[in-house]
Write a protein that binds this ligand. Structure first.
Ligand SMILES: CC(C)(COP(=O)(O)OP(=O)(O)OC[C@H]1O[C@@H](n2cnc3c(N)ncnc32)[C@H](O)[C@@H]1OP(=O)(O)O)[C@@H](O)C(=O)NCCC(=O)NCCS
Length: 124
């Protein structure tokens, strides 16, 4: 199952400049905020990824989820690491041996992200 989202970078920049820390706290987890280091591109990628995860989970399980149900950190090699924080979704993943991944790409004006849900066996 796939979910996709595209973000206009200016929208995130505008929300950040208008609402500052309130915007950050509404959308991002503490770990994401700690990784952001004034890099708005990082926030755009996380926003698009969270929306993509929400779509993928709704399509796969008909569950409504929210931006802070998903946390996207960064591996040492730059690869995004998705943590699912919603217990109901976590349980479904565990029970059905599912894994989810996100992939992000940036351009000057837009950022896209996809979320891919698959069975664990397919990956190994
Ligand atoms: C991944 C890579 C193709 C990015 O391509 P790009 O066209 O320059 O940039 P894009 O905007 O399309 O992609 C950037 C996103 O790719 C993702 N990315 C970075 N490194 C990645 C990796 N190793 N695997 C998967 N995704 C990666 C990140 O999510 C990044 O966005 P973010 O910084 O907001 O999280 C490029 O960085 C690459 O080839 N990296 C090789 C990985 C590597 O060995 N890096 C050495 C550092 S240890």
């Amino acid at each position: 199952m796939l979910g996709i989202d595209i973000v206009k970078n200016a929208r995130i920049e505008s929300a950040l400049s208008r609402f500052g820390v309130h915007f950050l706290n509404k959308v991002y987890t503490t770990s994401e905020i700690n990784l952001y280091k004034n890099n708005t591109q990082f926030l755009c990628g996380r926003f698009a990824s969270k929306e993509a995860c929400i779509k993928a989970c709704f399509m796969a399980f008909s569950i409504k989820s929210y931006l802070k149900d998903f946390e996207i950190l960064k591996a040492q090699n730059g690869m995004p690491i998705l943590n699912i924080l919603n217990q109901e979704i976590k349980d479904i993943f565990l029970k059905n041996h599912l894994k989810a991944f996100v992939s992000i790409s940036h351009e000057k004006e837009y950022t896209v992200a996809v979320c891919y849900i698959t069975k664990e066996e397919v990956i190994c």
